[in-house]
Design a protein around this ligand. Sequence first.
Ligand code: TMP
Length: 205
Amino acid sequence: MKNKGVFICIEGLDASGKTTHAHRLVRNLRRKGFDAVYTTEPSRGEIGRFIRTYILQRKRRVPSVVEALLFAVDRVDHVEKEIKPALEEGKIVVSDRYVYSSLAYQGAAELDLRWIEEINRLALPPDLAIYIDVPPEVVVKRIRRKKSVMERLETQRRVREVYMKFVENGKLVAVDGNRRKDEVAKDILTVVLDFLKNYSNFQSV
Ligand code: TMP
């Protein structure tokens, strides 16, 4: 059954500006009269918070299989507790990262993409998925502090390769993120407004 609301996710490498742009998109949509909400993965729920301490704040990587499973569990929790209820209320939900992050990051760690898809089968598919494309060399320069394993150049290059596969097969819409913030924000808003125009019966309040 079609959702009452619209589910959008924003993807990108670390420090690609995706959090800034997800927030800006929500503000811009609200200005246009849409009821939009921001959310993020790892989620703000208990499992998401556990992931931040157990995986992201560590120096050494936990096995990729464990990462993939934990992100998938958090995703189901996120969908059930936050995303579905907001969609039921007819909102536009903008998620800062979603299933493509698992495919790209855990896929870059050599896990089989089909298996990652399989464990995420219960995750509601997004209506629109946007990839903010910034070269790995640029994001790595932006991350000045000591880099975690996920943020190193080689990792970011592999992650981008996986994201680009989904851009090529039309699952992700790419926006050039290596420009002034205002230009990037404008392009993202245009992609979303064009999408909403063709999304049957969806109107601003
Ligand atoms: P962020 O603050 O950029 O959102 O960082 C979250 C980190 O978690 C980022 O390095 C990507 C990683 N991640 C995965 O590896 N798999 C996932 O499924 C998600 C949601 C995030």
